[in-house]
Design a protein around this ligand. Structure first.
Ligand code: HEC
Ligand code: HEC
Ligand code: HEC
Ligand code: HEC
Length: 125
């Protein structure tokens, strides 16, 4: 009986491991807000791949920039590195705090492009 249970658990774990890669950006529909201690709004709508296809954004570094000499560097791409690692929620000396970083990036581009949502409820819905 004991080994039967082992196999059932092993099969379950194998199934989960198989399902995990499917939870990558392919499936991202909203920007996670779990790093904010007490979120005031719903997570912003953002169908990662679909959004980027529609908007014609093929350079990951447009959003996932790296850092050179304390400045954002789009040629040094950091896809998958959470924004909060460089933009703490409360900010830090010389660092744009996380909420402002998101708003500048998302709303800033929509504003400049004359396309994409600008009002709170269009993203936080
Ligand atoms: C283009 C999309 C977009 C628009 C427009 C936008 N936001 Fe956000 N906002 C985000 C993203 C992305 C985050 C980061 C995490 C998340 O909420 O998904 C965020 C985070 C926040 C946060 C911090 C997390 C929380 O829930 O407490 C607040 C507060 C917030 N937004 C309020 C606003 C308000 C108020 C407006 C309108 C003046 C607004 N946002 C407009 C995309 C947007
Ligand atoms: C319009 C902006 C934008 C573009 C362009 C973009 N991403 Fe993202 N991506 C995001 C945001 C925002 C997140 C969430 C970041 C966070 O949680 O800190 C994210 C998250 C990710 C994640 C983590 C997924 C997860 O579920 O944790 C990966 C991997 C990723 N992006 C890869 C890419 C790759 C590869 C490209 C280029 C083909 C790309 N991204 C282009 C905005 C963008
Ligand atoms: C490897 C570190 C790093 C990562 C990861 C990173 N950034 Fe940055 N970012 C910087 C640095 C350094 C600057 C310049 C100093 C500052 O304003 O914080 C910057 C600047 C910015 C600015 C310009 C602020 C302004 O005043 O106009 C925005 C917007 C921004 N980042 C958004 C994001 C978003 C959104 C993500 C995640 C998709 C992200 N950053 C990921 C390092 C990073
Ligand atoms: C570099 C430019 C750029 C950045 C950065 C950007 N967007 Fe967009 N976004 C667009 C454009 C362009 C459209 C309009 C696409 C179309 O429908 O033609 C758009 C459309 C949208 C839409 C409408 C639905 C859709 O998917 O077409 C949502 C929601 C949205 N953006 C959310 C976000 C959020 C949240 C962020 C930040 C995490 C973000 N965007 C960052 C350019 C950008």
């Amino acid at each position: 009986m004991q080994h039967m249970r082992f196999f059932a658990v092993a099969a379950l774990l194998a199934g989960l491991a198989w399902a995990l890669p499917a939870l990558s950006q392919d499936e991202m529909e909203r920007v996670p807000n779990t790093v904010f201690p007490s979120p005031q709004r719903s997570e912003a709508t953002f169908k990662h791949d679909e959004h980027n296809d529609k908007a014609g954004l093929f350079e990951c570094g447009v959003c996932h920039h790296g850092e050179t000499d304390g400045k954002a560097d789009p040629t040094f791409e950091t896809p998958g590195q959470p924004c909060v690692e460089c933009h703490p929620v409360e900010g830090a000396p010389g660092r744009t705090p996380l909420m402002r970083a998101y708003h500048r990036q998302c709303v800033g581009c929509h504003h400049d492009a004359g396309n994409g949502p600008l009002t709170c409820g269009e993203c936080h819905n």
